[in-house]
Design a protein around this ligand. Structure first.
Ligand SMILES: Nc1ncnc2c1ncn2[C@@H]1O[C@H](COP(=O)(O)OP(=O)(O)OP(=O)(O)O)[C@@H](O)[C@H]1O
Ligand SMILES: [Mg+2]
Length: 483
């Protein structure tokens, strides 16, 4: 069939008299009655929503409470993301009993948005009753009976302007950036009920809007946000077939286990874990495994007079400069991180840094200030004169024999939970940007590339502060024992 408008729609409106009035049972009845599997396993048979799919559908279309505004399903490849999205899109277009429904399929590229659109189009073509009541165009479907429209759009602010969607579907959220996500969510909300539904495999980066939403969903405090995650248990063996089944609800159904058995041998482990096991593994050379830093955030501020050790990593010019505190019981709190706002000619406000150092000494019981001396020798001399030579010491963060073991000790503490931090956003960002090369003397942290604007100075200062605080704690307890 050539795309384009049909001359006139003469078919009568579809009758929903025998259908449940609303809610998930209506979605199920619509799928079974009108939709067929468009391709692949079970092609052309009636589209039967599986139990696990119905669980999702019932949380999106409840009958006893308001519908959610946003939903995120994190699920590995091949479990029918696109198919489910097409079913819900068509339900929203034909059967949701709202006047002028607008279903928008948005993705980072038009190509990606077209996957759901094409599946929906094909499903309409496979049922005469639907095909007679819809105009199918290249990138839109119209249903004149209810003034409905179903559109595939590139997710940009300008493309989304002027719509008033009842349902927005984001296929593969992991490639969507924050600007796009904000454009999508700000397009919705004008109606009493409107849902933004994202379906995706995990992203490869902690700096993704998807990771932020996964963290939010895992907290599970917002009834207007539905989150469901299918993932193999952390730390499972990559070839553990029981773990495959946990992560892949369609395995053994329309997803074939022999495909897994052959790809596990030929796929890089990180890729297999992400795409097939739904696990967050991050980029392979990032210093920390995904999510562990975030898990150590606690709501604890420093108390005036508290004993702290300060780590300082200053930049001579355009980099960022960090002053980070660590308590003697292992709680990390940045005093300040001066980030270059990426302006040419920006210089660290040196007087402000000195004021912050002085302020810390005034407010807290500073046991030691460990400073990377590069570019800051005259200030360090000045600080040491004011606050005591024994307290202001040089800590060369370029000295690998010291930094490697220090970095590994903080790493171990982050992993085993013996450290905490206050969740500071800038420090968290610096830690996320920190990559590492493994060497015989420990991990050497570095930026993702030389001259990269992705700064890590906060992480370096935290390692120095942690290292020296641990040293002072050991010294104290050794003395306690010898007394
Ligand atoms: N109940 C069902 N739900 C979803 N898909 C089904 C179902 N039954 C059969 N299928 C078929 O299974 C296949 C699932 O593929 P689909 O493209 O929807 O998965 P996906 O998760 O989007 O994959 P990818 O990660 O490659 O984008 C399709 O061919 C679909 O038609
Ligand atoms: Mg898909």
């Amino acid at each position: 069939m050539r795309p384009g408008p049909k001359s006139q729609i003469t078919a009568a409106e579809l009758s929903w008299d025998d259908f449940p009035e609303r809610g998930f049972a209506r979605v199920e009845a619509f799928a079974t009655e009108y939709l067929k599997v468009p391709k692949g396993e079970g092609a052309l048979s009636a589209f039967r929503l599986r139990d696990w799919q119905m669980e999702v559908v019932s949380s999106l279309y409840p009958t006893d409470r308001p519908r959610p505004r946003q939903a995120l399903l994190s699920i590995p490849r091949g479990n029918g993301k696109t198919g489910l999205a097409a079913v819900l899109g068509l339900y929203g277009l034909f059967a949701d009993e709202v006047e002028s429904p607008q279903v928008l399929v948005v993705a980072s590229t038009e190509m990606q948005a077209k996957h759901v659109f094409n599946a929906a189009k094909r499903m309409i073509e496979l049922d005469d009753r639907l095909a007679e009541r819809a105009h199918i165009f290249k990138d839109r479907i119209e249903t004149p009976h209810n003034s409905g429209v179903f559109l595939a759009l590139p997710a940009t602010e300008s493309a989304l302007q002027g719509y008033d969607p009842t349902l927005q579907i984001v296929d593969e959220l992991h490639v969507v950036n924050r600007d796009i996500w904000e454009a999508v969510t700000s397009a919705s909300g004008k109606r009493a009920e409107s849902l933004t539904l994202a379906i995706s495999t995990p992203s490869d980066s902690q700096e993704s809007v998807m990771w932020d939403l996964v963290k939010y969903g895992r907290e599970n405090t917002d009834p207007s946000f539905v989150f469901r995650e299918w993932a193999a248990p952390d730390g499972c063996a990559v070839d553990d077939e029981a773990a495959w089944a946990i992560a892949n609800p369609a395995l053994g159904d329309f997803l074939h286990v022999d495909a897994f058995r052959s790809t596990v041998k030929t796929t890089r482990e990180a890729a297999f874990r992400r795409y097939r096991l739904g696990q967050w593994i991050g980029s392979h050379d990032s210093w920390l495994p995904f999510g562990v830093w975030d898990a150590r955030a606690v709501d604890r501020a420093l108390v005036p007079g508290e004993k702290i050790v300060l780590g300082f990593d200053g930049s001579a010019s355009g980099d960022s400069t960090a002053l980070v505190a660590c308590t003697l019981d292992g709680h990390i709190v940045p005093m300040n991180i001066w980030n270059n706002p990426l302006e040419a000619g920006w210089r660290v406000p040196r007087a402000e840094v000195t004021a912050a150092v002085d302020g810390a000494f005034n407010v807290f019981d500073v046991v030691e200030l460990a400073c990377d001396p590069w570019g800051w020798r005259s200030e360090i001399e000045d600080w040491s004169q004011r606050h005591g030579e024994r307290k202001v010491v040089e800590y060369n963060t370029g000295f690998r024999n010291r930094m490697g073991p220090a970095t590994d000790r903080l790493y171990a503490a982050i992993l085993d939970g013996s450290m905490t931090h206050n969740g500071d956003k800038v420090l968290t960002q610096h830690v996320a940007q920190t990559t590492a090369v493994q060497t015989a003397i420990g991990a050497i942290v570095q930026k993702d590339k030389k001259n990269s604007p992705r700064k890590i100075d906060g992480a370096v200062a935290a390692i120095a502060a942690w290292d020296r605080a641990a040293w002072h704690t050991r010294k104290k307890s050794a003395r306690a024992v010898s007394f």
